[in-house]
Design a protein around this ligand. Sequence first.
Ligand code: SAM
Length: 216
Amino acid sequence: MEDSYKAKGLRKSLVKTVREKGISDERILDSLMKIPRHFFFDRAFLEHAYQDKAFPIGEGQTISQPYTVAFQTEKLDIKPGDKVLEIGTGSGYQACVLMELGAEVHTIEYNKVLFDRTRKFLPKMGYKPYFYQGDGSQGLPEKAPYDKILVTAGAPSIPKKLVEQLKIGGKLIIPVGNNEMQKMILITKVSANKLSKKEFNYFSFVPLLGADGWKP
Ligand code: SAM
């Protein structure tokens, strides 16, 4: 794994693109600048790594588009020390961004092959979140409650258990819709029985599987 002037240059223009699309949190832009996204790709795909696009990572899954990673992260308003549950570890790139912001990251992946691969790979890059394998549509009750929950796969509806596992004042960001398009939704748990809901644009994610997701 080698960073290079070329990769840094490409990364800089990626950050510029993400900024132009509306991301203004400098801490997030700094983390995109810092994390060598091409380490998550085969060598031949250096240029692809720095396009603002999702890309296949095997097992029919993708590494999310950098703008999408930045958008979901920005809406969660991550503070250092926040306990964050990420649903859909995938390549681990999003987990690295959360860790750069000082979060304590718990990340759960449904697919065993990706779980094994990323659990071995991420520590080699110096990132050590807590890894779990299982159905994240049920959250991760043993480590709840969370300050923030980030779902990186498209859900048919908002899983109740995720809302239950939020702290008071906690936030959940989740794309909800059909298999092609999902609306980004931000839920804030204002009090034990009061939620506030904000809706944003449409995105396109791979499906959230599992008991409160789509059937495989
Ligand atoms: N956050 C990832 C990254 O940075 O590369 C992007 C992941 S990809 C868009 C979505 C991931 O969610 C896939 O790896 C998929 O296997 C996983 N997934 C789907 N349903 C899941 C579930 N019920 N629990 C946990 N992970 C799930």
